[in-house]
Design a protein around this ligand. Structure first.
Ligand code: FES
Length: 117
């Protein structure tokens, strides 16, 4: 199965749209182009990065509502976890890390068959 995050060099933007200054984000340690005025969501989507975190059952999660309601787009930005990609504007040299599971640090609930809460 193809890893949708394996090609950061995609550009899915519409070429005729005027944009701000070109900047560079670091996503999981790799440079990703972005433009001032874009949300992190827009920049990641334009680069073909779809998997932003994993649910507690391990299924991949990404952009859903695009307007700050669903919290499916949580990423770590400049070391701060659980930031909504759709509600955060890009900055040059911003460091973004996709999250495996935002609940990962919580202890296992052994009364529920070892499932995380
Ligand atoms: S996509 Fe729903 S909160 Fe970001």
């Amino acid at each position: 199965m193809r890893n949708p995050d394996s090609n950061f060099n995609q550009n899915l933007r519409i070429n005729s749209v005027q944009r701000g200054r070109r900047i560079t984000l670091m996503v999981n340690g790799a440079p990703v182009p972005a433009f001032e005025g874009e949300s992190v969501h827009a920049a990641l989507t334009a680069a073909g990065i779809q998997n932003l975190r994993r649910s507690k059952t391990g299924s991949p999660r990404g952009i859903f509502c695009g307007m700050g309601i669903c919290y499916e787009c949580l990423v770590t930005i400049n070391g701060v976890p659980d930031q909504r990609a759709c509600m955060t504007m890009v900055n040059d040299k911003m460091e973004i890390t996709t999250q495996a599971d935002p609940l990962e640090s919580q202890p296992l609930d052994t009364t529920q068959g070892g499932e995380k809460r």
